[in-house]
Design a protein. Structure first.
Length: 254
């Protein structure tokens, strides 16, 4: 009985603050809508009604799946390239000297300024979308992975050398386990920026999925549907980030 009460109390402490914030935001938003009397705004009840309606709309899910395909492929490429590159750069100092300046440039340069170049090179295509997603995500996968390898205590490597471990054994028993948490953290950061890249490319480069639906809602002055669709995109993003956070916690407590 005590354990059940503790679980209920823990759930209340965990979910009550976000729910309180949500209620306050809805109240303030409804007050703002009433004071503005704007045709382009919708109150929270209309938004939630449109949200429920969109859950059963095949066009909405088709748009999400169309855009998510570019997101998934682009993020997968960023992971398949970024994780091995980060590991190698962190392990080999010579490679680090060659790659580090370009990583710094990718971190500080807004990817949006590179999008016209991608457009000229690849046109309005899905390939262009995927490339933009990769550009958004790649440095944020590489840098944490590299940091995970660099911050491994030197004593661990010295101990492996004292036992005459081969380079393959060092990778298997020291480097990869020691950098796992940093790698998963890099996946979270990379996925967050991949999501930003997906939205950016849909709204400014090639609207073939969610961007096309957003433009349709705007052109038909469907304010409630537009806000509801944005809320659906946000919930999808939160679910994906929550899954990666769960993986990170499992890795942390292994």
């Amino acid at each position: 009985m005590t354990q059940s009460a503790d679980r209920v109390r823990h759930a209340l402490f965990r979910f009550a603050p976000p729910l309180v914030v949500l209620v306050l935001v809805c109240v303030l938003w409804d007050w703002y809508v009433r004071t503005k009397h704007s045709f382009y705004l919708a109150d929270s009840s209309a938004i939630f009604s449109a949200f429920v309606k969109e859950l059963g709309d095949s066009a909405v899910w088709s748009a999400l799946l169309t855009s998510d395909l570019s997101l998934i492929v682009g993020f997968a490429i960023a992971v398949l390239v970024g994780v091995p590159l980060g590991l190698v750069v962190g392990r080999l100092k010579r490679v680090d000297r060659f790659v580090a300046p370009y990583l710094q440039v990718m971190l500080v340069t807004p990817v949006a300024v590179l999008m016209p170049i991608v457009l000229v090179a690849l046109g309005l295509s899905r390939t262009a979308q995927i490339v933009v997603v990769v550009l958004f995500a790649l440095p944020f996968v590489v840098v944490p992975t590299r940091g995970g390898v660099v911050t491994i205590p030197q004593q661990w490597l010295d101990m492996a050398s004292s036992y005459c471990a081969t380079e393959m054994q060092v990778w298997k028993l020291v480097l990869l386990p020691g950098a796992t948490h940093a790698i998963v953290n890099g996946l979270r950061l990379g996925f967050a920026h991949a999501l930003t890249g997906e939205i950016t490319v849909e709204l400014s480069l090639s609207a073939i999925g969610i961007g096309q639906l957003i433009i349709r809602y705007q052109s038909h002055y469907q304010a409630a549907a537009l806000f509801a669709f944005v809320m659906l995109i946000s919930l999808q993003s939160l679910a994906a980030m929550g899954l990666l956070s769960l993986i990170q916690r499992r890795v942390r407590y292994r």
